[in-house]
Design a protein around this ligand. Structure first.
Ligand SMILES: *[C@@H]1O[C@H](CO)[C@@H](O)[C@H](O)[C@H]1NC(C)=O
Ligand SMILES: *[C@@H]1O[C@H](CO)[C@@H](O)[C@H](O)[C@H]1NC(C)=O
Ligand SMILES: *[C@@H]1O[C@H](CO)[C@@H](O)[C@H](O)[C@H]1NC(C)=O
Ligand SMILES: *[C@@H]1O[C@H](CO)[C@@H](O)[C@H](O)[C@H]1NC(C)=O
Ligand SMILES: *[C@@H]1O[C@H](CO)[C@@H](O)[C@H](O)[C@H]1NC(C)=O
Length: 469
């Protein structure tokens, strides 16, 4: 009898506690941003897409059916009537005098100026940032921007590497470029801008809202507001028209802690795209390193590497990896690439190729025009993300991705991205990875063994190409 009463009391307490917790977290719901009365029922799905690229000035590769990134971003700002919401891993648009010797460096200042001028046009600028201090964000706040800072160290032990824009809740940009003058001048970037697409943007905006609500928090809530749940996912993609071509689309997010109900994780989006590929998988990345380092220990992070091996060996899908050659590259990256290649030995219809994109070395020995891409294209889909394919990125850092799938061939977006991949793959800057040689990638081409201390994507070390102008 006693124990029964005890049970009831405990049960009641648990219930009370549950209600309390629900109340606390529903506060997030009350504070949740409205969605301008646009719902899944009446949002727009007849969208236009433009591929945007930055090609470094000293590289002889030409824009092919793409728009220069700087022009694309200015166009987006010109379209804005009410709001511009930006998340970026970096804010470094203004150049120092030293940096401004690069011919296109001033493009960063022009973009910064345009952002500062938004307020006068009655447009509200909102920025979510994982930076602890940033002069530039201070300046933007002074000019009327609202900035929410996230303590990513406390939230995920990682960094905010997400890079996307939401404009008037109906246009968007997502891609490899950050709000960094280098992204508009010396780095090779690829992204997409999608116009008049409130259905897709509604969902991307929920990822922005999630960041927005994490300001001042030092833990990630275990229950999220319903308004942050995903609308579309890999199981239930949005069916829309992109330049008239029927397309399936959804956005993905990372890390796991930042994925409320139904949100597809980046790693699952990548997995899905690889699995759906029938003929080929072409990958253009700054870095490829299937390792995970938690500060004390380094482990093999097999997820993407394993998926690629399976696709190559068991499904005979042709794999091509175009990896950047840059100075802080982990030397083991080449070993992993090489091991992928050698897996196809003596097998018919198995093909894995790896090339390094290594632009000209400057006088000081540093490479210029680093390939900062983060995309994969297959015979049916394209995935454009914010991460290098390095274990730590997916486990600790926040990022987002976009998947577009199109079955028709022709001048559709997926086909266009494949053409861009081919252009780069066959360019004079792409060099086939040779057996038993680590390519020279800049001044400190690391032939002296792995620099595990400088593990890319780790908490202690900002993983960015900042040091290479
Ligand atoms: C969309 O539907 C909602 C609710 O059904 C309504 O409040 C809103 O005004 C509609 N928006 C547009 C743009 O039609
Ligand atoms: C950009 O940097 C230059 C030189 O460092 C400085 O004079 C200028 O005021 C900065 N511009 C803005 C908008 O902060
Ligand atoms: C972020 O969180 C960490 C760990 O909880 C804390 O040590 C640090 O002071 C916080 N940083 C800021 C800027 O609040
Ligand atoms: C290899 O590909 C060719 C052409 O696609 C096909 O005819 C052949 O059966 C394949 N061989 C194997 C072993 O899968
Ligand atoms: C979509 O259409 C716009 C304008 O009509 C064009 O500029 C753009 O290149 C097209 N995008 C693709 C991927 O074909």
């Amino acid at each position: 009898m006693k124990s029964q009463q005890k049970c009831i009391v405990i049960f009641a307490l648990v219930c009370c506690f549950g209600v309390l917790v629900a109340l606390i977290f529903s506060a997030v719901d009350v504070l949740g941003e409205d969605e301008d009365g646009i719902t899944e029922e009446n949002c727009s799905k007849d969208c236009q897409v433009v591929l945007v690229e930055n090609i470094p000035e000293d590289i002889s590769i030409s824009y092919e059916g793409t728009m220069p990134l700087a022009m694309g971003l200015h166009n987006l700002l010109n379209l804005a009537k009410k709001s511009v919401e930006i998340v970026s891993p970096e804010w470094d648009l203004n150049t120092t005098e030293h940096e401004s010797r690069f011919p296109r460096a001033k493009q960063g200042q022009q973009l910064l100026q345009h952002l500062m001028d938004l307020k006068t046009g009655g447009v509200h600028l909102k920025v979510a940032s994982g930076l602890t201090r940033s002069e530039e964000l201070g300046l933007l706040s002074h000019w009327g921007a609202e900035v929410h800072y996230l303590n990513m160290t406390a939230l995920t032990k990682g960094q905010l590497h997400s890079s996307f824009w939401v404009v008037d809740r109906k246009h968007m940009y997502i891609g490899s470029a950050a709000m960094d003058w280098r992204s508009l001048s010396t780095l090779k970037e690829l992204g997409v801008i999608i116009y008049e697409c409130s259905c897709l943007v509604l969902d991307l905006h929920r990822i922005f809202n999630l960041y927005w609500q994490l300001q001042y928090r030092d833990f990630v809530p275990s229950i999220w507001s319903k308004r942050l749940y995903a609308i579309y996912s890999k199981e239930k993609p949005l069916e829309l028209l992109l330049n008239g071509s029927s397309t399936k689309a959804y956005v993905s997010s990372s890390p796991d802690l930042f994925c409320p109900k139904d949100r597809t994780r980046d790693i699952d989006a990548i997995f899905h795209v690889i699995q759906e590929a029938e003929k080929f998988i072409y990958i253009s990345m700054m870095d490829y390193l299937p390792l995970l380092n938690n500060g004390a220990q380094t482990r093999y992070w097999s997820q993407i590497d394993g998926m690629l091996r399976e696709a190559m060996i068991l499904r005979r899908v042709k794999v091509r990896l175009l990896i950047s050659c840059w100075e802080q590259m982990h030397p083991l990256a080449f070993n992993f690439l090489w091991s992928l290649k050698s897996l196809c030995m003596e097998m018919t219809n198995c093909s894995a190729e790896a090339r390094v994109f290594s632009p000209r070395l400057r006088d000081d020995g540093n490479p210029q025009g680093i390939n900062h891409h983060r995309y994969m294209v297959t015979d049916s889909s394209v995935y454009i993300g914010n991460f290098d394919w390095v274990g730590n990125e997916f486990v600790y850092n926040a990022g987002a991705g976009l998947v577009l799938s199109q079955r028709e061939s022709g001048p559709a977006a997926v086909e266009r991205v494949r053409a861009l991949f081919d252009r780069d793959w066959h360019s004079t800057y792409s060099k086939t990875l040779q057996p038993n040689t680590v390519p020279m990638c800049g001044a400190n081409a690391a032939s002296n063994g792995p620099l595990l201390k400088d593990f890319p994507g780790s908490t202690e070390h900002e993983h960015s190409p900042n040091t290479s102008l």
